[in-house]
Structure formats: C-alpha cells, structure tokens
Design a protein around this ligand. Structure first.
Ligand code: B1M
Length: 232
C-alpha cells in the first residue's frame, strides 16, 4: 500500500465494504491513528463492538500472521501492527466490558513462560470481563509459580493459559502436572488456548477444554461454572 495513496484517503467517506479492507491495510502498516479512527467510524455507523473486533482487527492480524510466516513481514513491522491492534482494542474494551453484569466466576489468565504474545490473551480477558467474569490478568511469560500463587491468592475458579509458540505450548503441561503433584488440579477449571493448539493437545495435557477463540472461551467458562454451581 503506497503512502501517497493513503494520504488522500478520507476514511469516513469510505463505505463499510471499502473501509474494512482499508483497516486491514492500515493494521498491516502499523498505522495506529488510522485504526483508532476506523474503529470510531464503524462504531458511529452502528456496528457491534464484537463485529468491529473480529471483522476489522482480528481479521487484519490474521493477514499479518500469514506474511510474517512467509517472511514478508519481520518482527519490527509486526510489533507496529500489534501496537495498532492494541489501540483499536483499547477503544472497544469499555464497550465489551459490561460493568453491570453479575459476577459469574473468577478467572486467572496469563501467557506461559517463554512466550510474550499477549493480544489473544488480552482479547479473551476482555471478553470474559464483558461476559461477567472477574479477571486477574498475569500478563506474559508466566512460570508455574505465578499461576499457582495467583490461583490460591485470588480464590479463582478458572485457570486460563495462552501460548502462541509450538515451543512454549508444552509448558502448559508443566503447569497442569505441578497442579496434580500438589493435589489441587481438580480444584480449578483449566482452559487453554492459542493459535498452535488444538482439541487433541488440550486433552493430552490434561486441560478441561481447549478454546478456539475468545467467544468459545466465554461459552466454555459459562458451561463449566453452571455445572460447578449445580454440583454445590
Ligand atoms: Co509471533 N509468532 N513471534 N509475534 N506472532 C506467531 C505466533 C507465528 C505463528 C507467526 C508465523 O510464523 N506465522 C510464529 C510461531 C510459529 C510456531 O511456533 N510454530 C511466531 C514467531 C516465530 C515469533 C518469534 C519467535 C519471532 C522471532 O523472534 N523470530 C517471536 C517470539 C517471541 C516470544 O514470545 N518469545 C515472536 C514475536 C512476535 C511479536 C512480539 C512481534 C508479536 C507479538 C506482539 C504481542 O502479542 N504483543 C507477534 C505477533 C503479533 C504474531 C502473530 C502475527 C499474531 C498473533 C496474534 O496476536 N494474533 C502470530 C501469527 C498467528 O498467530 N497466525 C505470530 C491475533 C490474536 C487475536 O489471535 O493470539 O491466536 P490469537 O488468540 C486467539 C485464540 O488463539 C484464542 O483466543 C484468541 C482470540 O480469539 N486464545 C485463547 C488465545 N489465547 C487463549 C487463552 C485462552 C483461551 C483462548 O485461555 C482460556
């Protein structure tokens, strides 16, 4: 996308079916101001915050991921794209986080040790809060100790772990195995997610469920909490 072309573009004059692809380009180019503007425009046009998130931002990041994989984009560019994504998410967060909802349960979530990817984890945290869960976000690069300490201290119901690298996803098993060793595994619902995971992996490491995306994480957490309450 040439910048000269971009200079002439007035985002608010584009119809939705041109604005959304333009936002994918802007995300790709790490243009945070334009992403913020695009998000505002779509919201003003009556878009649901969740649709703005998935159709404009997450889809844009998917395209970035493909070119990162193929060696067309490199870390500095992807960092800029991630920054633009976060600017957009910051606008959407208060809209997705419905403060009036009753508390459904408490989630401790974090990205595992060795892994600094946090966009997906932040999204899950945001959507869970929006659905009425209390969320304790441990951030990135979490060793087993920080998960266990937080679960205990926060009296949490659910542990959520995120991993984006094939090299860090096995660490989830380290956490679950440590919970088993300490006899506390069954005290918590353990949900895992991240692009390289799948259902089979979730089962193999002893998690309760693998969650494909943030919406599935919310639904899954709600189901487990309903079951937990029925057992009480
Ligand atoms: Co990274 N990176 N990256 N990266 N990066 C990937 C993951 C990669 C697939 C890119 C590629 O090659 N196509 C690849 C991994 C390959 C592999 O392991 N097989 C990769 C690599 C190699 C690396 C580095 C090693 C690159 C390098 O240094 N040479 C390095 C690793 C650093 C480290 O962690 N130690 C690295 C660095 C980075 C940046 C810092 C530049 C940046 C991260 C910025 C940030 O997060 N603050 C970055 C990014 C942005 C990506 C891609 C492009 C996008 C990830 C993302 O944010 N997706 C990614 C490509 C890809 O995933 N296709 C890639 C959008 C997000 C909404 O989706 O995170 O999947 P996702 O989350 C979803 C679901 O997975 C699920 O719900 C979310 C929302 O729907 N989910 C959960 C996630 N966590 C959950 C937890 C739950 C439930 C659901 O708990 C209950």
């Amino acid at each position: 996308m040439s910048n000269e072309e971009d200079d002439d573009l007035i985002l608010s004059e584009l119809p939705d079916d041109e604005l959304v692809p333009q936002m994918h380009d802007d995300l790709y180019d790490g243009m945070a101001d334009e992403i913020a503007e695009g998000v505002d425009i779509l919201l003003e046009r009556g878009w649901e915050p969740y649709d703005v998130l998935t159709k404009a931002l997450v889809e844009g990041m998917r395209i970035v991921g493909i070119d990162f994989r193929d060696g067309i984009l490199f870390v500095p560019e992807v960092l800029l794209a991630a920054g633009a994504m976060k600017r957009g998410m910051a606008i959407l967060k208060p809209l997705l986080v419905d403060s009036g909802a009753p508390q459904l349960g408490k989630l401790v979530i974090g990205t595992v040790k060795g892994d600094i990817h946090d966009i997906g984890k932040n999204l899950v945290a945001m959507m869970m809060e929006g659905a009425g869960f209390e969320v304790v976000d441990l951030g990135i690069n979490n060793p087993v100790e920080s998960y266990l300490e937080a679960l205990d201290k926060e009296n949490a119901d659910i542990l959520g772990m995120s991993a984006l690298l094939t090299t860090t996803m096995p660490y989830m098993k380290v956490v679950i195995d440590t919970m088993k060793e300490q006899g506390i595994r069954d005290d918590y619902i353990v949900l895992v997610g991240g692009a390289p995971l799948n259902e089979e992996f979730g089962k193999a490491i002893g998690a309760d469920s693998y969650c494909r995306d943030a919406a599935v994480a919310v639904e899954t957490a709600k189901e487990y909490m309903a079951r937990k309450h029925n057992q009480l």
